[in-house]
Design a protein around this ligand. Structure first.
Ligand code: C2E
Ligand code: CA
Ligand code: CA
Length: 506
């Protein structure tokens, strides 16, 4: 600018109005620059302000569960810290309620995640209505919620009753009437533990309710922790059970519904515990699954069942061998390789090995389960969908599976004689299965009435105490000997191959 004025003062033949115009123009440009700078500053301030607001909003969102709008676990921990301090100061009590939906997984699997999410938001709203706005409520994980209320056990029990009643009201989700139940565990401060133990104790009480079938509440009790210790001991023993030869397979036959010919033997696992006696697979399989032991145990079952099938085949006892496969096993990458190796080792045909997978596991429809089913199909295995009717599978989802057999869950068979609903469900399952070319097996058949009803419905195969209980391999071979046939130790007719004489001693 100085240079320009100096130049203007020196005069170089340029008219003075032109200089003035130039100076005016430059002043204008400079002014505009200052204005822009000011505007930029203001804009920066506005942006900064907006950023600050957004950060506060994000923080607020972070303390809220995105789906339900309830507090997150981290936030309720802080609320719990504060509440405990208040309780100590005022010598008052505080109750934690852990609420978990029963069978939520089957809703998610059967109806899809959108319906599952809607169930969770409805649950959150109902829980809020049960405790009022003042009480902190959080979503801990999945289908688990936590309520924090002032008061002792009586107040907590009254709230738990309200929660159970409110959850029992049917929900209308996307036109579907869904009825759910919940399990509630209560821990009261200070009676049921110090601050760090409270949440775990309420959750333990909830799990105890679940073990008892759900749809109820219970408060923490120190024996619950003892049960956990017992479980820890059992787990310790289970780790060595395979090596010590304590596991055994029992076999329960399936028979053709009309001819009563043997069609298969289902291998059912038993644990002969040195101190506790025979332990049910319903007890130790979930434990093995939770603690990563199912792989070893499952591999042992497959190998032993195939070995036994080979031995029986050598004796002339022809039937399918069925093994149960848990969800954890199905997610194992090398499951089918393992099965194929055992089949080869014992010279079996893959279509004679039935792999029983429960409906809820079969419907998981993850990349891993899809891959496992694909491999089973390629390997030519006989796939059976176990406990059918308890999940929420549709005809469409069932069609996608390479299954050849469907087992009606025992619950429907048990109720056949007394419940028209059970009869309706069983009949519908048989019809649906036949539409898809699947054979239908009814399990848990205990009476002749049940047998006759099932035969009338067109069931293909039957299994249950009416015919035979699970038994040792030797007992099964004896059971399978047909006394009326030749009287020479031949086996009962089998659905496969002509029955051969049975040289039991070789
Ligand atoms: P599941 O596969 O549904 O097996 C049928 C269960 O019902 C067996 O119980 C059997 O003993 C019992 N049962 C059979 N017929 C009748 C009857 O007429 N009435 C009654 N009340 N019960 C009957 P178990 O042997 O205790 O097995 C329980 C569950 O443990 C099995 O249910 C299966 O899911 C699992 N399991 C058994 N063995 C294995 C295994 O080797 N691997 C895996 N992953 N799971 C296994
Ligand atoms: Ca089974
Ligand atoms: Ca079953």
């Amino acid at each position: 600018m100085v240079d320009v004025v100096e130049m203007a003062g020196q005069g170089v033949g340029v008219p003075s109005w032109a200089w003035m115009l130039l100076v005016a123009l430059l002043a204008l440009v400079a002014g505009a620059g200052a204005l822009t700078l000011q505007r930029q500053k203001a804009r920066g301030k506005r942006l900064y302000h907006r950023l600050q607001t957004a950060t506060t909003q994000i923080d607020a969102l972070r303390s809220r569960d995105a789906l339900t709008g309830l507090l997150t676990r981290a936030e309720i921990e802080i609320a719990l810290d504060e509440a405990v301090i208040r309780c100590d100061r005022d010598a008052k009590q505080l109750a934690l309620l852990v609420v978990a939906l029963d069978n939520f997984r089957s809703i998610n699997e059967g109806y899809g995640l959108r319906v599952g999410d809607a169930v969770l938001t409805t649950t959150a709203t109902r829980l809020g209505a049960c405790v009022g706005d003042a009480a902190p409520a959080a979503r801990l994980a999945g289908d688990e919620f936590l309520l924090l209320i002032d008061g002792g056990l009586d107040t907590a029990a009254a709230v738990a009753e309200r929660v159970l009643a409110s959850m029992h009201e049917p929900m209308q989700i996307e036109g579907l009437p869904l009825t759910l139940t919940a399990s509630v565990g209560i821990a009261v401060y200070p009676e049921h533990g110090s601050r760090p133990k409270l949440m775990a104790h309420a959750a333990l009480a909830m799990r105890n309710v679940k073990l008892g079938g759900g749809a109820a509440y219970a408060h923490f009790d120190p024996t619950m922790a003892v049960d956990m210790r017992e479980q820890a001991e059992l787990l310790q023993d289970l780790r060595g059970a395979v090596e010590r030869g304590q596991l055994q397979l029992y076999y329960q036959p399936k028979v053709d519904a009309r001819s009563l010919q043997i069609t298969a033997a289902e291998a059912l696992l038993r644990w002969q515990h040195p101190k506790r006696g025979m332990i049910s697979p319903a007890v130790f399989i979930p434990l093995a699954e939770r603690h990563g032991l199912i792989r070893r145990i499952g591999a042992w079952v497959i190998e032993e069942a195939c070995r036994q099938a080979g031995e029986w085949r050598g004796q002339g006892l022809r039937m399918r061998m069925a093994v149960n496969i848990s969800g954890h096993q199905l997610r194992q990458d090398d499951l089918v390789d393992l099965i194929e190796a055992s089949i080869r080792r014992h010279n079996l045909r893959p279509e004679r090995l039935t792999v029983e997978i429960t409906e809820s596991v079969a419907m998981e429809d993850t990349a891993q389960t899809r891959a496992a089913f694909d491999r089973m199909k390629r390997a030519g295995l006989h796939v059976s969908i176990d406990d059918f009717g308890t999940g929420h599978s549709s005809l469409a989802s069932l069609r996608k599976l390479p299954a050849a057999e469907l087992k009606i869950d025992r619950a429907f068979v048990t109720d056949l004689a007394t419940s028209a609903e059970a009869r309706g469900i069983a009949q519908a399952i048989v019809q649906m299965a036949h539409t898809l070319d699947l054979r239908v097996v009814a399990e848990g058949v205990e009476s002749e009435t049940q047998r006759d009803l099932l035969v009338g419905m067109g069931c293909d195969e039957l299994q249950g105490y009416l015919f035979a209980k699970p038994m040792t391999p030797v007992a099964l071979a004896l059971w399978a000997e047909d006394d009326d046939a030749t009287g020479h130790g031949a086996f009962r007719p089998s659905l496969f191959d002509p029955t051969q004489p049975a040289p039991l001693n070789t």
